[in-house]
Write a protein that binds this ligand. Structure first.
Ligand SMILES: [Zn+2]
Length: 115
């Protein structure tokens, strides 16, 4: 059994392998999550997984996000959804543009620059 110092040293020596493994894991989870929610933004229809995210219709998104080492860990959130441990009726699949527009405090007609 490793102690925490040994674990840090091991992870440091195998940093690239851990990074690659975790990015593949993230992609697999996000792909499953996007499929579960219909595969596209409910507002504009874009299906590029890189820009899709979950909107909390009733707010409280920060409560679902776990912060690990200063980074937000979406994997835990997605895992809970895919394992059926979290209800999904308050969630909606949006792209980041539609999500930003939805949360914008600016008036609707302030968003287009014409000249
Ligand atoms: Zn959209």
């Amino acid at each position: 059994m490793f102690n925490s110092i040994q674990q840090k040293l091991y992870r440091g020596r195998h940093r690239e392998a851990f990074r690659l493994r975790s990015s593949k894991y993230y992609l697999r989870l996000k792909t499953e999550m996007v499929r579960l929610f219909g595969g596209k933004c409910t507002q504009c229809g874009i299906s590029d997984i890189r820009v899709l995210c979950l909107h909390h219709k009733n707010g409280g998104g920060n409560l679902d996000r776990e912060v690990k080492n200063g980074h937000v860990a979406s994997t835990t959130f997605y895992r809970r959804i895919l394992d059926g441990k979290r209800e999904i009726k308050d969630l909606e699949l949006l792209c980041m543009n539609c999500h930003s527009i939805l949360h914008s405090k600016l008036p609707v007609n302030s968003g287009t620059i014409t000249s």
